[in-house]
Design a protein around this ligand. Structure first.
Ligand code: SF4
Length: 323
């Protein structure tokens, strides 16, 4: 676990060599309380955690953080107490005698949303995608019923505002598919549109630090992708997950959307009051074939075209089968 140390140099400082899963939320809470007590939320230029760290010095900052963390561990009700072993969870999963479904949509859905769970060949994870992270309470209740039927008693929220069923017996996949099919107004079964599925921070609609609307940025890219993959279902099924993994959007330099570490990172900003973006491209592992450098500022339409061009180039989307 690292804290951002210097936003210009993008250097982190180590807080823990290793942190158990059960301490993640405590850690976030400790940093939030430290910021509330020592941060300056009124001054836009001073509002980041690294400013506190710079003022105190690295050693004192780490000591202070550990003090907050230690006090939360001692006094707060645990926020996350899940401690069952994977073996115990798997033993409770229900298996089904239902034969598999052979329709194309089912197979496409499996390619888009089902992944190995790394705990045995008969156990998988299933992603429930709902655009923009909007999940109705009544649907949440139905998902709870579904998890009961599957024998699963926990789910995970993902960074891209979706919900993961982490452990599902492969024989239960038709049950999950039929559930999603019945709820397809809310859950996007076959990635009808990329809108609402591109990873971004919450943006200025909620966050006071936000400069540019991240939903606007992601929607512009999503519409380009929708047009690109129109009538190319096979290409979409093949490349969509990889495409979605590559793009990260943040509404300001703070990088809550993770744009600084992304293959294609986009930071919203304003230049003389005009909305624009900064593109961060990572050519690690030869991800792109063209030379990459950190670009200057781009207008929003220009940015969406540029992102699309990079993806077409990387995946050779104009050359592979059009079906
Ligand atoms: S990156 Fe996004 S969520 Fe984070 S401070 Fe900036 S606008 Fe807010």
């Amino acid at each position: 676990m690292e804290a951002e140390w210097d936003v210009r140099l993008e250097i982190g400082t180590l807080l823990f060599n290793w942190l158990p899963e059960a301490d993640y939320i405590r850690c976030a809470r400790a940093m939030t309380e430290l910021y509330q007590d020592h941060g300056d939320s009124k001054n836009h230029m001073q509002t980041r955690i690294f400013t506190i760290a710079q003022q105190l010095g690295k050693e004192k900052f780490v000591q202070l953080f550990k003090k907050y963390f230690g006090s939360i561990k001692k006094t707060k009700t645990p926020l996350y107490t899940f401690n069952e072993s994977a073996e115990d969870c798997i033993a409770k999963l229900k298996s089904y005698p239902i034969p598999t479904i052979s329709e194309t949509n089912y197979n496409d859905w499996k390619k888009l949303s089902v992944s190995p769970a790394k705990v045995g060949s008969k156990i998988v994870s299933v992603l429930l995608r709902y655009p923009y992270g909007k999940l109705r309470p009544s649907l949440m209740e139905k998902i709870v019923d579904l998890t009961d039927r599957l024998g699963l008693h926990f789910v995970r929220l993902t960074q891209d505002k979706n919900l993961l069923l982490p452990l599902v017996h492969t024989s239960a996949l038709p049950e999950v598919y039929n559930f999603i099919n019945n709820e397809s107004n809310d859950i996007d079964l076959s990635l009808k549109s990329f809108s609402g599925h591109i990873h971004s921070c919450i943006g200025p609609a909620v966050c006071k630090q936000g400069v540019l609307d991240t939903t606007d940025i992601t929607t512009r890219i999503a519409l380009k992708l929708d047009a690109l993959f129109k009538d190319k279902q096979q290409q979409k099924v093949r490349f969509a997950n990889e495409v979605l993994k590559m793009i990260r959007v943040s509404g300001c330099p703070n990088s809550c959307g993770g744009h600084r570490g992304a293959s294609i990172g986009i930071q919203g900003l304003k230049n003389k009051g005009k909305p624009c973006c900064k593109l961060f491209l990572d050519d690690g592992n030869d991800k792109f074939e063209q030379p990459i450098q950190q670009d200057g500022l781009l207008g929003l339409d220009e940015m969406a075209d540029k992102v699309l061009g990079l993806l077409i180039n990387k995946f050779k989307l104009n050359e592979t089968s059009t079906k």
